[in-house]
Design a protein around this ligand. Structure first.
Ligand code: AMP
Ligand code: MG
Length: 529
C-alpha cells in the first residue's frame, strides 16, 4: 500500500498565487463580499463514500502519476477533498463578471477549490482545482456542490478537447461523493436528488477576465495591478518585467490566444453555451464546461443552453463577436493601469485581424485548400454553410466525408455524402444547390492543384471523425447513473484519437439518432449543474 501511495505524496507544490497575492483576512467559510484580496483560504467539505469513477491517464502522466497511483484509495480521498497532501493549501479565488451582458458584481469560485500548484517533473506548473467540493465564501445562495451528470460532461469534454488540439483546461479525475445533491434541472419546480461528484481540473492558471474586472469595478487599483503583475511574471514571463508596455503586449497576447481558441471552436462545431466574462481564461483556454454542445445539423443559430434560448447570445455563429465583446470588457478593466486609449484600441484590433487570418487558414484547411483566396473563397464557404444549414447536414460527418469525395471527385458521391450525413431528405432545391457548389469546389481544387492523397490527409487531420456528440455524453451519463462506468471509459478512449477511424468504434461516429432530437441533456441543457 505504501509503495502505491508514494508518487502522490511526492508531488511538489509551489503555491505562488496565494504566496504572492493578497489574501482575505477572514478565514471562516461564510458567504460574503471579499475586498482587496485575490482569494480566501477554505477547506473542501469531507464526504462519506468517495469512489473513483474515471481518471485521465494523460493528465495523470503530466503530474508524474501512474495508474497505480490513480487507482489507490488515497487518490480518491485526495481528489474528492477528504485529505490534503503535504504542500496543498486550499483556497477559492475572487472574481466578478458580466453574465449574459450584464455586470454581475462579485462571483468567485463558488464551488471550485484550488488545492495548490504542482510543479511537474518537466518544471511545468499545474494548478489543481476541485469542482463541487463544498461551499466557499463565494457560493452566494448555492451549495458549492456538483452532480454526476454535469461532472462527467466536464470531465469527458475537457479531455476530448485536449485530444482534438483545442486549448483547454484539463480534467484529472471524477470521484463520486456517495452523497446526494438536490437539483432542479429545468428550473421548473421539480427538483430531484442526484449523485454528487467532484471533478479535479488542471490548468497552468484559472485566472479569468472577471478577476481583473472585479478589482477595476471596485476601483481597487492596487489589487488589480498586483494580479496583472503576477500574471505576467508567472504565466507570460516572455513579455519581460511588468510595466505599462508589457501590459499592452499582454493584452494583445490575450486577444491572439482568444482568437485562436474561437477559431478551433468554429472549426469543430463546439458551442460553449455560457461565454460570460467569468468563463473566459486569460490563457485562452476553453474553461467551465457547462451547457456546452456540439453542432449536429449545421446551424449557426443553435445554442444548447436553454437558459439562453430567448436572446441566443451565445449561439454558435455569435461566438467570435462575443469573444470580442468580452475582450473589450477586459480592456476596460486594465485601462486604469495604462491610461492610454489608443494603444489599447490597437491591441484590441489584433483580435479581429488575427481571428480573420486564422479563420481563413482554418476554413481553407477544412476544405483541403493550401491557401484561402478571399476573392473566391468567402463565397465558396458562405454557399457551403448555407447548403449545410438548409439541408440539415451533420457538420462533423460532412467534413470528415469530404476528404473521400475529394479523392473520387464524383458528384454522385457528394450527393450521397449529403444524404447520409443529413437529418432530412434532400429536396430538389438542395440537390441543385449541392451540384452547383460541388462544381465550384472542384474547379477551385483544380486551381489549388494539390496531390489528391496529400489533400485528403490534411483534411482528415483537421476534420475529426469523433467528437463528444451530445447524445453520446448523455448515454455515458445514463449508464454511469446506473453504476456502469464502462461507456464513460470507452468514450474517453475513443476520443483519445479523434482524427483516426477506429475499427469497431463506428457507433461513436454516427449522427444523432431520432430519439435524441428533443431529449433533455442531448440537445437542451440548462445551467443547473
Ligand atoms: P457558471 O455559470 O458555472 O460559470 O457559474 C457562475 C458563478 O456561479 C460562479 O461564481 C460559480 O462559482 C457559481 N456557482 C455555480 N454553481 C454553483 C453552486 N452549485 N454552488 C456555488 N456556486 C456556484
Ligand atoms: Mg463559471
Amino acid at each position: 500500500m505504501h509503495g502505491k501511495e508514494s508518487f502522490l505524496k511526492q508531488l511538489v507544490f509551489d503555491n505562488r498565487f496565494i504566496n504572492q497575492l493578497p489574501a482575505d483576512p477572514l478565514q471562516e467559510n461564510q458567504r460574503r463580499q471579499v475586498y482587496k484580496a485575490c482569494y480566501s483560504l477554505v477547506k473542501p467539505k469531507p464526504v462519506k463514500y468517495p469512489q473513483l469513477l474515471i481518471y485521465s491517464r494523460e493528465m495523470a502522466r503530466q503530474l508524474g502519476l501512474s495508474d497505480e497511483d490513480c487507482e489507490s484509495e488515497l487518490f480518491a480521498e485526495v481528489f474528492v477533498g477528504n485529505r490534503l497532501l503535504p504542500g496543498m493549501q486550499p483556497y477559492a479565488s475572487c472574481y466578478g463578471g458580466h453574465q449574459f451582458g450584464q455586470w454581475a458584481g462579485q462571483l468567485g469560485d463558488g464551488r471550485a477549490i484550488n488545492l495548490g500548484e504542482v510543479i511537474n517533473p518537466d518544471g511545468q506548473r499545474w494548478v489543481l482545482q476541485l469542482k463541487g467540493a463544498g461551499p466557499t465564501p463565494y457560493s452566494r445562495s448555492a451549495d458549492g456542490l456538483a452532480v454526476l451528470r454535469s461532472s462527467l460532461r466536464e470531465f469527458l469534454c475537457s479531455e476530448a478537447m485536449f485530444h482534438l488540439g483545442v486549448p483547454t483546461t484539463r480534467a484529472l479525475s471524477l470521484v463520486l461523493t456517495g452523497e446526494q445533491v438536490l437539483r432542479d434541472m429545468f428550473y421548473d419546480g421539480n427538483p430531484q436528488w442526484e449523485a454528487g461528484a467532484v471533478v479535479c481540473r488542471a490548468a497552468p492558471s484559472f485566472t479569468r477576465f472577471g478577476h481583473f474586472q472585479l478589482f477595476a469595478a471596485r476601483q481597487d487599483l492596487a489589487t488589480l495591478k498586483a494580479l496583472l503583475d503576477y500574471t505576467i511574471t508567472t504565466d507570460f514571463p516572455e513579455l519581460g518585467p511588468p510595466a505599462p508596455a508589457s501590459y499592452l503586449q499582454w493584452f494583445s497576447e490575450v486577444c491572439r490566444r482568444t482568437a485562436d481558441m474561437i477559431v478551433h471552436w468554429q472549426r469543430l462545431g463546439f458551442v460553449h453555451g455560457v461565454m460570460n466574462t467569468d468563463n473566459m481564461s486569460v490563457l485562452g483556454l476553453t474553461i467551465d464546461y457547462g451547457p456546452y454542445g456540439w453542432l449536429e445539423n449545421y446551424d449557426p443559430d443553435w445554442t444548447p443552453n436553454t437558459t439562453d434560448a430567448q436572446g441566443r447570445r451565445y449561439r454558435f455563429g455569435n461566438q467570435p463577436q462575443i469573444a470580442y465583446w468580452n475582450l473589450v470588457q477586459l480592456a476596460n478593466a486594465i485601462y486604469p493601469l495604462i491610461e492610454q486609449l489608443e494603444p489599447l484600441q490597437q491591441a484590441l484590433a489584433v483580435y479581429g485581424s488575427h481571428f480573420e487570418q486564422r479563420w481563413q487558414a482554418m476554413m481553407a484547411g477544412k476544405l483541403g485548400l493550401q491557401v484561402f483566396k478571399p476573392q473566391t473563397d468567402h463565397q465558396l464557404v458562405a454557399d457551403l454553410q448555407d447548403l449545410l444549414n438548409r439541408g440539415e447536414i451533420d457538420m462533423t460527418l460532412f467534413y470528415r466525408g469530404l476528404a473521400d469525395v475529394g479523392v473520387t471527385q464524383d458528384p454522385a458521391d457528394f450527393e450521397a455524402l449529403l444524404q447520409n450525413s443529413g437529418y432530412s431528405q434532400l429536396t430538389m432545391d438542395i440537390k441543385a444547390a449541392a451540384a452547383a457548389w460541388f462544381a465550384a469546389y472542384q474547379s477551385r481544387l483544380r486551381v489549388d492543384n494539390q496531390p489528391v492523397e496529400q489533400r485528403a490527409r490534411g483534411m482528415r487531420s483537421l476534420n475529426p471523425c469523433y467528437v463528444l456528440r451530445n447524445y453520446l455524453a448523455q448515454q455515458a451519463i445514463d449508464k454511469a447513473e446506473q453504476g456502469d462506468f464502462s461507456l464513460a471509459w470507452e468514450l474517453l478512449d475513443v476520443l483519445r484519437h479523434p482524427y483516426h477511424e477506429q475499427p469497431g468504434k463506428e457507433r461513436f461516429a454516427e449522427k444523432r439518432p431520432e430519439w435524441a432530437r428533443q431529449r433533455a441533456g442531448c440537445s437542451m441543457l440548462s445551467c443547473s449543474s
